[in-house]
Ligand binder design. Structure first.
Ligand code: FE2
Ligand code: FE2
Length: 346
């Protein structure tokens, strides 16, 4: 497999060659210099300082030439959330915090390329496209800028297409392989919600509505301090309180958009409400909780359980479904029952 290494720092090139050769063939390119075409099954590996405007602008130019390359591995040495967001906004499919962590990723990529060349091509590009669209929404909110609702709608459409073509199981496996943190969570929740809506034969417009609510449901987290959002362990009670503000923050952010629909606002504000009144932020009870919110809440909890977190391994889909079934009084039992198909089917 060919690894095409792009950097803004010439001294990094011999170190990468020493680490990867001879197992991988390495071609290198210094940002701002030269112009090399690479084959689409090569892996692009980028190690550049994304805090500086010049390398980011040069990278954008390089990446324009490499749209056909499906694997884009970024080394983000300061593993801060906004740097990771920047990497995904540029089109990264995976992010590592040290060059040597690239090796297991390359092994994974090579195995995945061999195992599923034809089948996963469509899904991978749907993931890359939807993650890039989602990342640009998230980065805009972090930077205090207005974002384009159309970016969130595009991300949702890519996810719906990916699941219609290849099924939910492929989507969940691929997202868990390639993405992390809040991006992984939102891509998974949207995938699960869309899979659920398709399974219970929702009309197209409702699939889109639920998908968009899922894409945007945690957008308020873009305004939660990074020290809390990126904390590698469990939150303490004070941090938990701050984290619990994200539904209202998301609601306030979206309320300002003229084209936003009331159902999406309802989903974003109320996805942590429970039928028995024990949820937040408004302690709603069953009659006040819409069907869209009930579906979204089930999808959100399930996705959170099966995703990879730094401090615990992902739960199996079977175990995650058992937890949903045990949440007596909080979730709509008929929907939890209907969800069985989605939760357990491969
Ligand atoms: Fe949430
Ligand atoms: Fe969530």
């Amino acid at each position: 497999m060919l690894v095409h290494f792009v950097t803004d720092e010439p001294t990094k090139i011999p170190a990468i060659r020493a680490m990867l050769e001879p197992q991988y063939r390495v071609e290198s390119r210094l940002l701002g210099k030269g112009n090399t075409k690479i084959s689409s099954d090569a892996v692009l590996m980028v190690d550049a300082d994304l805090r500086k405007a010049a390398p980011v602008e040069q990278l954008k130019l390089v990446l324009q030439d490499l749209l056909g390359v499906s694997e884009k591995l970024f080394v983000v040495q300061s593993h801060l959330h906004h740097m990771v967001a920047q990497a995904f906004a540029l089109g990264a499919t995976a992010v590592v915090s040290r060059p040597k962590e690239a090796i297991p990723k390359l092994v994974q990529i090579e195995a995945a390329q061999r195992a599923a060349q034809a089948d996963s091509a469509a899904t991978s590009s749907a993931i890359t496209n939807s993650a890039a669209a989602f990342a640009s929404v998230f980065s805009a909110v972090q930077a205090g800028k207005l974002f384009m609702l159309s970016d969130a709608e595009n991300a949702t459409s890519e996810i719906i297409n990916g699941i219609e073509q290849n099924g939910l199981g492929v989507w969940l496996d691929d997202v868990r392989r390639y993405h992390q943190g809040t991006f992984q969570h939102c891509l998974l929740v949207t995938g699960v919600a869309v899979g659920f809506a398709l399974d219970i034969k929702f009309p197209d417009a409702d699939v889109k509505r639920l998908g968009l609510a899922a894409t945007l449901h945690d957008i308020g987290k873009a305004r939660i301090p990074l020290a809390i959002l990126d904390k590698p362990g469990r939150l303490d009670p004070g941090e938990e309180e701050i984290m619990k503000r994200h539904p209202v923050i998301g609601y306030e952010l979206l309320k300002a958009l003229p084209e936003i629909s009331p159902e999406i606002l309802d989903g974003v504000r109320h996805h942590h409400e429970y039928l028995d009144g024990s949820g937040y932020p408004d302690a709603l009870t069953a009659p006040e909780i819409s069907d869209l919110v009930r579906l979204l809440t089930i999808s959100d909890i399930f996705a959170a359980l099966i995703e990879q977190r730094p401090y615990r391994p992902p739960m199996s889909r079977h175990d995650a479904y058992k937890i949903l079934c045990a949440m007596d009084g909080k979730l709509e039992p008929s929907l939890v029952k209907a969800f069985r198909n989605v939760a357990l089917r491969a």
